[in-house]
Design a protein around this ligand. Structure first.
Ligand code: A2P
Length: 351
């Protein structure tokens, strides 16, 4: 086991990359050097890390020489092109994009749920989709106790999941609208999806499209939640369906989840007990005191918050819940750094 690692952050100036740097400031991972990489546009930019000034460098294949762990969050195309370059130079890659997630050779890991999958890594580990991660943290203890027959999820997702520019777009549109610009005159260039033809305002709106449309009129975001759940839980028989919605919240994804368990014997208090004891989860569920998870309160927290747990009115084995987490932390930066910590603890920082 190596004593101290050289760590690179790819996309260090982005919404997730910035949070990765914050998580590295707090990590227990023994580190020697931290290298910050972004596009040519950001080269020379200074970032304070643990009281020291680090200078952002332009990403090139040679950036990875001497790097042990590379955290990627600069978009799928950058991961496609540069993750193999990093591995070739001996680095283990933790990739936050969707590019490698469904590759059977690449483990897709939520450390509280399937750390053992890390043993199969061949240099690249994928960080799941933000919405999938928080759902897995909440549901894995229930799956272990009672099995999961089906789940139906509707998401209420924050704009930071679409990057810094999307956050700016929300703020600009909100100000313009408050100052009298009519809704049909608000400028929109990014959401619902940078890769699609039309753009709509997100301020004071709800957009039932995240990423572009794909098979059977589900969006890619919805397919990610469906496919990634089955891969992480290693169970293709779980019936999963998702509706993903972008709302005008800066950070903190919320999810309304309906589940049906397989086995007999569950009830609301047992489900609450499982969540209360679940690693990485916090039960916030007291309707008499109006206690339930909220997006604003989840910001800068690493945990996943679960509440509004209710039995379905008609289905004995059906339960509803509200699950909230900071999409930039547990949904991205923290889960990636936590994977790096787990790799270190399992002595798997090697290609
Ligand atoms: P830069 O700031 O130099 O453009 P976000 O998801 O918040 O939009 O951030 C995307 C991140 O990916 C940023 O750090 C951005 O750097 C980085 N990035 C974008 N294009 C490239 C590229 N061609 N090479 C390296 N990094 C890139």
């Amino acid at each position: 086991m190596k004593k101290k690692y050289n760590v690179a952050v790819v996309g260090a100036t982005g919404a997730v990359g910035t949070k990765m740097i914050e998580m590295l400031e707090e990590t227990s991972l023994p580190m020697n050097q931290v290298k910050l990489l972004a596009s040519k546009r950001s080269a020379g930019k200074e970032v304070t890390f643990k009281g020291q000034t680090l200078v952002v460098e332009e990403l090139v294949p040679e950036s990875f020489t001497g790097i042990d762990i590379a955290l990627f969050s600069a978009g799928g195309n950058i991961s496609k092109q540069y993750a193999p370059e990093a591995v070739k130079r001996g680095a283990v890659v933790v990739d936050n994009t969707s590019h490698f997630r469904m590759d059977p050779e690449v483990p897709l890991v939520v450390p509280e749920v399937n750390p053992e999958a890390l043993k199969r890594h061949k240099g690249i580990i994928a960080n799941p989709n933000c919405s999938t991660i928080q759902m897995m943290v909440a549901l894995e203890p229930i799956r272990q106790a009672y099995g999961l027959d089906r789940l139906i999820v509707s998401t209420y997702q924050a704009v930071s999941g679409a990057g810094i520019n999307a956050m700016e777009e929300l703020k600009t549109q909100a100000l313009a609208y408050i100052n009298g610009t009519p809704a049909d005159k608000l400028e929109a260039n990014i959401l619902p999806s940078g890769g699609d033809k039309k753009h709509y305002p997100i301020a004071f709106n709800a957009l039932p499209q995240i990423d572009v449309f794909a098979e059977a009129d589900y969006t890619y975001e919805e397919w990610k939640m469906i496919n990634e759940t089955k891969k992480i839980m290693e169970d293709d028989s779980i019936k999963v369906v998702a509706t993903c919605v972008r709302i005008p919240v800066l950070s903190g994804h919320s999810e309304s989840i309906y589940i049906e368990v397989k086995e007999e014997g569950s009830d609301v208090s047992k489900i609450k007990d499982l969540i209360a004891k679940a690693p990485g989860a916090i039960l916030q569920d007291d309707p008499s005191q109006q206690i339930y998870p909220q997006a604003l309160a989840s910001i800068d927290r690493k945990e996943t918050f679960v509440g509004r747990i209710r039995q379905d009115i008609d289905i004995d084995k059906g339960y509803h819940m509200w699950v909230v987490s900071d999409n930039l932390l547990k949904g991205a930066a923290w889960n990636s750094v936590q994977i790096a910590e787990t790799l270190h603890e399992m002595d798997l920082v090697r290609v």
